[in-house]
Design a protein around this ligand. Structure first.
Ligand code: EPU
Length: 422
């Protein structure tokens, strides 16, 4: 078994290049199934969630060819609906394949995703959307079979008490591309990854209006063809590196992120006293100044992203006073707190709010990652802690960070992976 060994206390200095967005890539890879022509997708991160989805695409008949380390040529000329359950259940990122198969073949299967370590992950809105489009939805023991003899374009409200749904929006956009007429999605997710998907779909010939807004109009059944597309950069990875620069009191420059997609995080941390400048060259993070406590609530885009909440909680252990971070998207997404407490963090949970008392000297410890962003949170804590931190369960980190240790090493982190007995 591999663990990460981090010797903390080194301020990070230098330039980091952000990889392509995992969540954008997952949606776009599913969308390549909409056309029989080849698509060339660049800036795809090499992470395990992506590798699993590529395996699924191959299993259903698509050809996948690497033209470079992050450039893929995918051709879905002859595909079937035989998505292997064992692959499907390995990542929630596979769920958007259903919408693509509905558009292309008129039928799809979803293997029921269970809860996961960030809390319940219902798919009722996906199902509601498919039903609204007129698809027949039949639940068998562990799978849902969706088929579409009577499907047709219509208006759909896709919101829940937690706001919009990202992969639900992806699924309905993709399914609607295969239906004649106009589908209007109200309360569509507005995340940059949805915009990126819509830009890809427009390139392959789809007609989508209102891109980036909560009301999307999809005019379906257009003639779709191949294209070349470069995936958006990963704003959550960039946000993680901002926190790394600050928590180590370093000085780093983050390059490659499109401008104006991380404003909520930059604004929040600037309010806490951080010195962060975003310009056309990159994001400059100067960790010299002392941070003060802040309050923040996770929200759908353009709000403070849930995917960076765990990293910010780690950072706030170094901010003076009591910070309050409330999670509204996944109310139980706080598994990192218990591990941070092992490292000496003073954090109280009050329902879905973490009260973090800083500044606390974190102490190197043995901790276990429970999900992707919790892993990043523990890495950050390890970078700031005295002594050595061991992070276990790295398979979670590997789902979504490409070359994380190498990038950290390049800016001065003392971090390595070592093999230990399980
Ligand atoms: N929800 C429902 N019913 C549904 C779907 C969602 O009630 O049918 C609720 C969820 O329980 C949650 C909220 O709606 O409370 C938002 O969930 P959403 O559907 O937007 O999440 P997702 O599509 O499953 C994507 C990202 C997550 C990210 C969330 C929120 C992908 C593959 N995953 O998940 O990314 O946290 O949106 O922004 O795009 C990550 O990268 O670490 C990650 C978990």
């Amino acid at each position: 078994m591999e663990v990460a060994r981090i010797n903390g206390g080194q301020p990070l200095h230098g330039i980091v290049h952000v990889s392509g967005s995992k969540n954008s890539s997952l949606a776009i890879l599913a969308a390549t199934l909409l056309t029989a022509e080849p698509c060339i997708i660049d800036n795809v991160p090499d992470v395990s969630d992506i590798r699993i989805v590529l395996e699924i695409l191959q299993a259903i008949g698509a050809t996948v060819e690497y033209l470079g380390p992050n450039t893929l040529k995918i051709c879905a000329k002859n595909i079937s609906n035989n998505v292997p359950e064992e692959l499907y259940s390995k990542t929630r990122g596979a769920i958007s394949i259903a919408g693509a198969l509905l558009a292309r073949l008129g039928e799809a299967e979803i293997f029921l995703p269970g809860g996961c370590s960030i809390g319940a992950r219902p798919i009722d809105l996906h199902i509601l959307g498919f039903k609204k489009l007129g698809f027949d939805v039949a639940q068998q023991t562990n799978k849902i079979v969706i088929s579409g003899k009577n499907a047709s374009a219509t208006d759909i409200f896709l919101g829940s008490k937690f706001g919009s749904t990202v992969t639900g929006t992806v699924n309905i956009i993709l399914a609607a591309c295969g239906l004649a007429g106009e589908t209007v999605i109200e309360s569509a997710a507005c995340e940059p990854e949805i915009v990126d998907l819509c830009e890809f779909l427009t390139k392959i010939g789809a007609e989508i209006h209102g891109i980036g807004s909560p009301t999307l109009k999809i005019v379906g059944k257009k003639q779709l063809h191949g294209c070349e597309h470069k995936v958006l950069s990963d704003r959550i990875e960039a946000g993680t590196f901002i926190c790394a620069g600050l928590i180590t009191r370093g000085n780093i420059e983050i390059r490659g992120l499109e401008r104006h997609i991380l404003g909520s995080l930059i604004n929040l941390l600037t309010t806490a006293g951080a010195n962060i400048i975003e310009n056309d060259i990159g994001i400059f993070v100067d960790g010299e100044s002392n941070l003060s406590a802040i309050e923040a609530v996770t929200m759908p885009y353009p709000g403070f992203p849930t995917d960076v909440q765990a990293q910010v909680v780690a950072l706030l252990t170094q901010a003076g006073g009591e910070s309050l971070i409330t999670e509204t998207i996944f109310p139980n997404r706080f598994a990192h707190v218990k591990e941070l407490q092992k490292m000496g963090a003073k954090i109280d949970m009050r329902g879905s709010t973490a009260a973090i008392y800083g500044r606390t000297q974190l102490i190197g410890s043995e901790v276990s990652a429970s999900d992707l962003r919790a892993s990043a949170s523990l890495y950050l804590a390890g970078l700031a802690a005295t002594g050595t931190t061991i992070v276990r369960e790295l398979q979670h980190l590997d789902r979504g960070y490409d070359q994380f240790e190498a990038k950290l090493q390049k800016i001065g982190a003392k971090i390595e992976r070592v093999k230990v007995k399980a």
